[in-house]
Design a protein. Structure first.
Length: 59
């Protein structure tokens, strides 16, 4: 599983990718995205995510 975290407004008490551990049977790869949570679908954030996805798909 790939987990993307918006870093600009990350709460200190947020479970993040660790919150998925009980329900995911494989490895969880966490990636920080330099944006706010509500901006995760803005062009800059999507471009960051796309670069990560492209790298993962090429390997």
């Amino acid at each position: 599983m790939l987990y993307f975290t918006a870093t600009l407004d990350r709460r200190s008490d947020a479970a993040g990718h660790d919150g998925w551990t009980p329900v995911v049977r494989g490895h969880i790869s966490a990636f920080d995205i330099n944006t706010a949570h509500l901006a995760m679908t803005d062009p800059d954030a999507v471009a960051q995510i796309a670069r990560i996805l492209n790298t993962r798909l090429e390997n």
